[in-house]
Design a protein around this ligand. Sequence first.
Ligand SMILES: Nc1ncnc2c1ncn2[C@@H]1O[C@H](COP(=O)(O)OP(=O)(O)OP(=O)(O)O)[C@@H](O)[C@H]1O
Ligand SMILES: [Mg+2]
Length: 424
Amino acid sequence: MSDWSLAIDFGTCFTTAAVRAEQSGASGTSGTSAMSGTSGTSGTSGTESGGAAGGAAAVEIENSRYLPSLVCLGDDGRLLTGRAAVQLAAQRPERAEHHPKRALLRQPAVLLDDREVDTLDLVAAVLARVAAEARARCGGTDPVRTVLTHPADWSPADLDRLVEAAGRAGLDAPELLPEPVAAARFHAAIATAGDGAPIAVYDLGGGTVDTAVLRREGDGFRAVAVAGDPDFGGRDLDQALFELLRDRALDLDPAPWQRLQADRTSAGAHQRSQLSRELTLAKESLSSTGTVYLAVPGYPEPFVVQGGEYRAAVTPALTASVGLLERTVARAGLTPAELGAVVLCGAASRTPPVADLVAARFGRIPELAPDPKAAVALGALTDPPAAPPPDGAAAGEAGSGAADPDRWAVAHYPDEVDPWFDYD
Ligand SMILES: Nc1ncnc2c1ncn2[C@@H]1O[C@H](COP(=O)(O)OP(=O)(O)OP(=O)(O)O)[C@@H](O)[C@H]1O
Ligand SMILES: [Mg+2]
């Protein structure tokens, strides 16, 4: 097997990885074709990056590009990841840490059951799982180069902790790359317009929203303004749907809802955690369908939630998050017309009002990769674009947003929903 590179986008909720074959002894330069390997629970899927994005391919673990970042303490004291962790966490929630990325920044250790676990070990467990799956796809050798992406506003101390966790996972001397820079590289590799102009990135993940403006510098990107809200992300959209459902249930008959919330038995905890998973699935479905049905224990019929009412509920918070992007662009000293593109990334940026709000505020159609979460890991292995023209003529030129339509898509409403809903 030839040399290969690994990139890991360690997220609050999900972790995504990409691999790229390198010409022997030429790590960090243009990649070659995607990995070979045997079938099994892991794999690679390179269709999204294609040749244009430098041959990087997303790593599938347990048939998914999205490995939950959740870690759970197993019966034997080992830290479990992936499906085994998700399954055990549903039954034994006191043994699970759902958001190791957040814990890494906030606390040295967490209590799982009655055991104190170093947060570095939690992060290392996720990184080690990803690295092992990638190695299995790449001939069992170690990567010649590892890139870890991270939020643009992490401090040097935060980054040191990430690197230390990587070391515990056997990933020594990783390169670090800000998440929006990786997203911009992915965009630049496949875009057909706006060459050389600054790019704005809006990343709505599970736990945070991050915004950044990147200028082309030499043959790469540099973040010139960044801002984020560490307390707003896709999980808050779950909460909005939960509140809609709760109001509906209380209107019909408060007793079953109150019983469910008050039930302290493990059966009650299990029913609540199942409802929470179904809420997440329903929320994600509302990005592509107009109506969802949600069954709640104790009620004879499932409740119906329409996409319009969900969007009305989440629009104020999403409007605020797009306002953050506007302020970041202003702080970079730019107007929306001077941007080459507004790139949406993070899986929650598929929520339809996001693209509409950005379009309304920026006067341009934002660009959303088919898999906006994987764009970060893929972009981390994408070579920086060639240097802009020496006279800088294109640097302030507005892009047309006319990227290859097969690769970028604008979030759209299902047919039955009114796309001109008033968000203000
Ligand atoms: N189709 C979809 N529509 C809307 N939301 C979605 C969709 N698919 C996934 N999500 C939501 O996206 C969120 C996860 O996003 P992502 O995986 O990009 O976050 P992350 O990288 O783990 O977090 P962060 O970037 O904040 O560290 C979850 O809240 C999930 O429910
Ligand atoms: Mg993310």
